[in-house]
Design a protein around this ligand. Structure first.
Ligand code: IMP
Ligand code: MG
Length: 202
């Protein structure tokens, strides 16, 4: 894994305060603040710009969770990138992975000869990504790498090669900046712990 030197990928301390932001819903403490997100996305964009100079990547966002990160990251990359999206479902209605990955929306782009960079919101067990990597490799890209905004520490069940990682966080269920609990709270501008995981699902 390469991340920029002096990066902020170490787990940030969760703030003690429980906030109930503008959505009117109660959420738990902030795990990654909006300012930290902005700064880290800029760093990731700069690293990708340098690494992919002369071979602009096709960014493949994994819906729905990656839509906010993808939007910010793509604008932090100073290269003529292409973007495409896939939608996969791995959770059903529980907050724990089922291990079964279903492709809900496939790519439009032809991957052969392309430098593909998968943009993922969060890696928990890693089963979704590990399945996606095999699936995308079979389509003959020139290269395949992953940029994951969040990685939950100690949860991965399979070894994964994550070239770019935003933050490593404790293994708690989180929401905001694209991540949902039962389709809610995606539009929070920071990442929060979910207040009561038993009341909601991904
Ligand atoms: P994995 O297959 O266990 O790595 O799960 C990855 C997918 O599960 C992510 O792309 C998310 O959509 C979802 N997910 C995992 N953890 C969380 C979380 O804490 N909040 C919201 N969604 C999550
Ligand atoms: Mg989800």
């Amino acid at each position: 894994m390469t991340t920029p030197a002096g990066d902020a990928s170490a787990a940030p301390a969760a703030s003690a305060a429980t906030s109930a932001p503008r959505l009117g819903e109660s959420v738990g403490p902030v795990v990654v603040g909006a300012g930290e997100l902005r700064q880290r996305v800029a760093e990731l964009g700069a690293a990708i710009t340098e690494d992919y100079a002369g071979r602009p990547p096709l960014l493949v966002g994994v819906l729905k969770g990656a839509f906010v990160f993808m939007s910010d990251l793509s604008r932090a990359i100073d290269l003529p990138v292409d973007v495409d999206f896939m939608a996969v479902s791995s959770y059903g209605s529980a907050t724990r992975t089922s291990g079964v990955v279903r492709i809900v929306k496939d790519l439009d782009a032809d991957l052969s000869g392309r430098h593909v960079l998968v943009v993922e919101d969060i890696v928990d067990s890693g089963l979704t990504l590990s399945y996606l990597q095999r699936y995308l490799m079979a389509r003959g890209p020139a290269s395949l790498a992953v940029c994951a905004l969040l990685v939950k520490e100690g949860q991965q069940r399979a070894p994964l090669d994550l070239r770019y990682v935003g933050f490593r966080i404790p293994a708690e269920f989180v929401v905001g900046y694209g991540l949902d609990a039962d389709e809610r709270l995606r539009n929070l501008d920071a990442i929060h712990v979910l207040a009561d995981p038993s009341s909601s699902a991904s």
